[in-house]
Design a protein around this ligand. Structure first.
Ligand code: PMP
Length: 388
């Protein structure tokens, strides 16, 4: 057939968009205006450090010293002495021998997984793992088996039944949509019994769980174990941008040799390095920050009438995507910024508001939340079927 050269080459995008509108799944960017009065209960700024004077000063000082960009990939010109200091400080804080910084948590996960598992190896991944780990599995070319959520018995079975020599088990420590915790003790036992490695994504655990915010891996007593590898983001509790992999020195050396998202990506910008180092200093000084996040999350859950969470994440399941969208919209109209998760980020029928706690929330903030959220939830719960 001769192609119709007059036809609109992007018409199929309109069809896709129409389908998403009908399903209540259209997504929109909503730029924040500087100085916006909104009460933020949607961000990942768990410790409230993004605007902290010391964190800003850390970023500014690094820009003064190094300039705006890192100028090259890590192996060429993109590693400054500050990158190496940050790596050492992150490793020391979390209890691992070595660290390697990436330009995002996403890149850290892609780099670590694809370097540690490839053709001829097995990856066993929790069904609730973050999208970056899902994408990492796809890129790795390993055989991928998805284990039911938080089910270490299923992980053991999959590892026992394998024919591959190398196996890597993937889990988030704190799952991002539900805020629930991985069974790390059991997973580590299983990994050890079956001669595999365990990679734990601590994006939502660092700064919140563990002694002084050292993460759930530290809390579980697994920090420094040679068969455990941790990935973190610098963009949540550490108030900056970037990611890191923490583990044995041999893991770091292997990633420097093979992790494509480090080798072929420009090094992390100096401002982010400086900001993350400053945030880490603050966290060391104030070990109460993590517990305060959990206490504020419990306050938010009480206001919302849902169970107290184990992390900063408070999910409020509403079921229907449009109901969740409308509820979030009504909160925003009243200057309360809340998250709204719909498929494919969460399973069908579990669309939700997702509120996140910050260590610096005040009693006045919680009063505001009560005034806005309670009527919104009453309305939403009357107009939707909440799954059992
Ligand atoms: N892992 C998890 C569990 C996350 O929630 C995120 C960010 N949403 C990432 C990894 C990616 O981190 P970054 O934003 O630094 O790329």
């Amino acid at each position: 057939m001769v192609p119709d050269v007059t036809s609109d080459p992007l018409a199929w995008l309109d069809d896709h968009a129409a389908t998403r509108v009908t399903a209540g799944l259209r997504r929109q960017l909503r730029p924040r205006a500087a100085g916006s009065p909104a009460l933020d209960l949607a961000s990942n700024d768990y410790l409230g450090l993004t605007r902290h004077p010391e964190v800003r000063a850390g970023a500014i000082e690094a820009v003064r010293r190094w300039g705006a960009g890192s100028t090259g990939s890590r192996l060429v010109t993109g590693t400054t002495t500050d990158h190496e200091l940050l790596e050492g400080e992150l490793a020391e804080f979390t209890g691992f021998p070595a660290g390697l910084v990436f330009s995002s948590g996403y890149a850290a996960n892609l780099g670590a997984v694809t370097a540690l598992a490839g053709r001829g190896s097995l990856i066993v991944s929790d069904a609730g793992c973050h999208a970056s780990l899902v994408d990492a599995c796809r890129l790795s070319r390993a055989r991928v088996a998805i284990a039911p959520h938080r089910n270490s018995t299923a992980v053991a079975r999959l590892l026992a039944d394998r024919s591959e020599e190398h196996a890597l088990v993937l889990t988030d420590s704190v799952f991002s949509a539900d805020g629930d915790l991985a069974p790390l003790t059991e997973l580590h036992r299983v990994v050890r019994d079956h001669n595999a490695l365990l990679l734990v994504d601590e994006a939502h655990g660092l700064g919140v769980r563990g002694h002084g915010g050292r993460g759930l891996v530290q809390e579980t007593g697994l920090a420094g174990e040679p068969d455990v590898i941790v990935t973190v983001t610098l963009s949540k509790a550490l108030a900056a941008q970037g990611g890191a992999v923490l583990g044995d020195e041999r893991v770091r050396a292997h990633l420097i040799d093979t992790a494509r998202t480090m080798i072929f990506d420009t090094g992390l910008a100096p401002a982010a390095v400086g900001a993350a180092r400053a945030a880490l200093r603050i966290l060391r000084r104030d070990p109460g920050l993590g517990p305060r996040v959990l206490a504020r999350a419990a306050d938010i859950a009480r206001i919302a009438g849902v169970a107290a969470p184990d992390s900063a994440v408070v999910p409020i399941i509403l079921g229907d995507p449009q109901t969740a969208h409308d509820a979030a919209h009504t909160c925003r109209e009243q200057d309360v910024e809340v998250g709204c998760f719909r498929p494919p980020s969460v399973p069908e029928g579990t669309s939700r508001l997702r509120l996140t706690a910050r260590a610096d929330l005040t009693p006045a903030d919680l009063d505001t939340l009560t005034k806005v959220l309670v009527p919104v939830l009453t309305h939403a719960r009357n107009s939707t079927t909440v799954p059992a």
